[in-house]
Ligand binder design. Structure first.
Ligand code: ATP
Ligand code: MG
Length: 161
């Protein structure tokens, strides 16, 4: 269905802010001031963001900030989730979307998780004709970026030519 992604993301971040009230982590939003229309399955996209933001929370230091951004590009919207955790070594970055892949087995065991979260993210973003990638400077945090196609006005069958 068609959604205003900005409105949808505001609610998502509101919900996470309530969930982490007891942790010393804060959210910052860098959102377009205008609606951005996309076609998406809201339940699946909720799972996508739950997985990415759970990772960001898991790796955030005390007092850390998680920044969620959404901006319009010519044919797409770019959404990014940035944390201030330990980051991901360059050599592991292309593998984190593989099933069961975890960067540091010992660390991952302490923090829990099966290594499926980002594989599910990738699958669901592919199903939305989007893409997802990571950029991370080890020691400086992690940024996950999602690109989604826009629901172009007039192409949705509502116009009568
Ligand atoms: P699950 O999501 O199934 O609970 P998981 O979080 O270990 O387990 P993924 O979400 O797929 O699995 O992430 C894969 C690995 O990528 C993680 O184990 C971790 O090593 C690394 N990773 C993912 N997100 C971050 C992040 N924000 N900061 C640092 N490392 C990350
Ligand atoms: Mg995860």
């Amino acid at each position: 269905e068609r959604h205003d992604l900005i409105y949808w993301l505001q609610h998502l971040v509101d919900r996470f802010e309530m969930l982490v009230k007891d942790r010393d982590v804060s959210f910052v939003r860098h959102f377009s001031h205008w609606p951005i229309q996309v076609y998406m399955d809201s339940d699946k996209m909720t799972q996508v963001f739950n997985n990415i933001i759970s990772n960001a929370l898991k790796f955030s230091p005390e007092g850390g900030t998680i920044t969620v951004g959404a901006k319009l590009r010519e044919n797409e919207v770019l959404i990014d989730i940035l944390d201030e955790g330990q980051g991901i070594p360059i050599k592991d970055q292309h593998k984190i979307f593989d099933r069961f892949y975890r960067v540091d087995k010992a660390r991952a065991r302490n923090l829990g998780g099966t290594g499926l979260g980002l594989a599910i993210v990738k699958e669901m973003i592919d199903a939305h004709q989007g893409s997802v990638w990571v950029s991370s400077e080890p020691g400086q945090g992690t940024r996950i970026t999602i690109s989604l196609p826009l629901a172009s006005s007039g192409a949705g069958g509502e116009s009568n030519g």
